[in-house]
Design a protein around this ligand. Sequence first.
Ligand code: ASP
Ligand code: MG
Length: 474
Amino acid sequence: MKSKLQVMKFGGTSVGDASCIARAAQIVAEAARENAVVAVVSAMSGVTNRLVEAATRAGAGDAEAGSSLVEALRRQHHEALATLVSSEAAPSGVASRVDDVLAEGQRLFSGTALLRELTPRSLDAISSLGERLCAPIFAAAVSALGVRGEAMEATDLIVTDSYHGGAEPLMDMTQQRCEARLLPLLKENCVPVATGFIGATREGTLTTLGRGGSDYSATILGAALNADEVIIWTDVDGVLTADPRLVPDARTIPEISYREAAELAYFGAKVLHPKTLRAVMPAGIPVWIRNSFAPERPGTKISPLGRSIGGGVKALTAIRDVALISVGGPGIVGVPDVVGRTFSTTAEVRANVLLISQSSSQNDICFIVAAADAQRTLEALHREFAQDLSHQVVDHITVAPNIAIVAVVGENMRGTPGVAGRTFNCLGRENVNIIAIAQGSSETNISFVVQDTAMKQALLATHREFALAGGNER
Ligand code: ASP
Ligand code: MG
């Protein structure tokens, strides 16, 4: 077998149409001349969203939505296939494999509409169709370039628990399957093209890893095969110092650590599915983010330790569409269970808490949740603290909408004095009002809450302050 083993994942936009697939297949075929390559593909862009929407309508009894989507997908995928490989050259069976997946889709939509019930299990089955349509076409495109590509359903590779819509891999079994199924193909210089996003339980029931989960599929396969590297091919140059739509001089970071990348993913930098790095961390396998539309660019390498840079700040990230909830009043001073009850309430309503801040005067606990969770959380808190509110132990539970969190991220901020000082100084100079502040003791991020109208200015000011556009030693 060739010396280096690479797992390459192509996201929805990188397989968005025939010309994108051709470009991606070219990347794979070229790499496969030197290395053993496993490809992982997403659905063509937008397909999963359309499937989920039609599934929801089928669940309400509308069978038509599914049928017309199946026909649209038939046209779209056959057209891509025909553009990519002439019918004589197409390995027999690709077109009929596509039709088989579509026929299965049609049955799933009809069954769902008939029962008027969309279970998590059937939603997973329907959402998986996009990847299952894309993989055979991608494999045919690779084969057309003279390297044998073989489509594989990840239901035969990734064994998961049965948590539909967000399944977790069972790594021991996954490793056995991957070795048994993939190594023989790699030995024959073949490129397995696996469907991203999906797996199956031990009993063989299809599951999905959660929306955007193909990144995770790639690192799961990378870990199972102990690959030398995983490359996530996407439509941006890598991990950037900030969102370029807000900070025009943002630039690609050459190398960052797992931890920094995870902080950025957590705070909404949409480069990676948040679970992606979990799979490769134990083995320390590097993950690259690269642009399939500009493969000559180096991209970002995510490695166990990253590379340190001058001031320690690597990147900025921001999330909007969040709300700040505060629970407080002078009466809560010294009442030991207010914090506990607040967060068991958020857990009960499954609101994901993004940031917490409490000052030592204990007058007020504030935390941030997604705007979509805010109302539910507020109502639950009012129920929980009804007694305390009537006795004025708690005098307010309020929510402030139109809030944003900005985070300054960098692993080497740890033990570097002055980062917080510079951050807040520069914000002060720009007149950005800070509503709340949090820094974890890991010191890998300093987060602050601002009015969302001030978010852009906060990003621009901190980006400039830490010379992230270049000019410092990196
Ligand atoms: N196609 C799936 C989605 O859109 C998985 C992925 O793209 O990673 O969520
Ligand atoms: Mg996608």
